[in-house]
Design a protein around this ligand. Structure first.
Ligand code: NAI
Length: 244
């Protein structure tokens, strides 16, 4: 029987890294997509290999349709099945809406939303013929409620929930689960600029702490397991009780 394989976008650091390590611990060969930071990608690869896992690095910018599709397609043709896809990579470029530049709007929509099609379409097609698969999409609390300064980010994160829910309906009959995780404040490079406000933020979070990447990886671990076989098209909020 061929080895189980998983693809994680933006898997070299932060939430994607925690998910990649979790997948390796669960016996998956992990394909880690990264954009440019080869040092971070190599570090994650070494960490996975030091635990006896297998890791392949795939360099592409997920907002580049041609490159993304070609690399994923080639990977599928040459090496076969992908059993788990985690659509994780994302960016934020916050700004009050009246001051938001068109570049800030476009780039966030391109990276966070349009890429969903580029990444997921070829993998979903493969899973359709495999007749099994688990897809987990990383949205955000900002995909569940409006946030000041995040019209671009919220639009992208609400958008991928809609796309994932549609896929869940389309692919269910082929034994493919599609679900969404919606993290709250998680300590990663993405929230670096909020670090000095962490104490204030914690007061707003019922569980009184900022989340760790592993909090998200734990939920993804459940969603890709057999135990979640009957969960379809759902959004699991992992936010310490914030806004819920
Ligand atoms: P991060 O900034 O540490 O990691 C983001 C990853 O995405 C990096 O590896 C980065 O290289 C990659 N990436 C960005 N643009 C890319 C592109 N064009 N092509 C390929 N890779 C690209 O941030 P974090 O926190 O680990 O974010 C992971 C996901 O979780 C993102 O989708 C983010 O929106 C989401 N999220 C994060 C929250 C947080 O508080 N940290 C809260 C809610 C959602």
């Amino acid at each position: 029987m061929s080895k189980k394989r998983a693809l994680v976008t933006g898997g070299s650091r932060g939430i994607g890294k925690a998910i990649s390590i979790m997948l390796a611990k669960n016996g998956y060969d992990v394909l880690i997509n990264y954009r440019g930071n080869i040092d971070a990608a190599n570090k994650t690869k070494s960490e996975i290999e030091s635990h006896g896992g297998q890791c392949t690095l795939l360099k592409f910018d997920i907002s580049d349709f041609k490159n993304t599709t070609e690399i994923i397609q080639k990977e599928l043709e040459e090496n076969g099945n992908i059993d788990v896809l985690v659509v994780n990579a994302g960016i934020r470029k916050d700004s009050i809406f009246q001051k938001m530049k068109s570049e800030e709007w476009d780039s966030v929509i391109d990276v966070n939303l349009k890429s969903f099609y580029y990444i997921t379409r070829p993998v979903a097609e493969k899973m359709f013929f495999q007749k099994h698969g688990k897809i987990v999409v990383v949205s955000s609390t900002s995909g569940q409620t409006g946030m000041p300064g995040q019209a671009n980010y919220c639009a992208s994160k609400f958008g991928i929930i809609g796309a994932a829910k549609s896929l869940a309906v389309e692919l269910g009959r082929r034994n493919i689960n599609v679900n969404i995780v919606a993290p709250g404040f998680i300590e990663t490079d993405m929230t670096e600029d909020l670090r000095e406000n962490y104490d204030e933020l914690k007061k707003q979070i019922p569980l009184r702490r900022i989340g760790k990447p592993e909090d998200i990886a734990n939920a993804v671990e459940f969603l890709i397991s057999d135990k979640a076989d009957y969960i379809q098209g759902q959004v699991i909020a992992i936010n310490g009780g914030l806004y819920t």
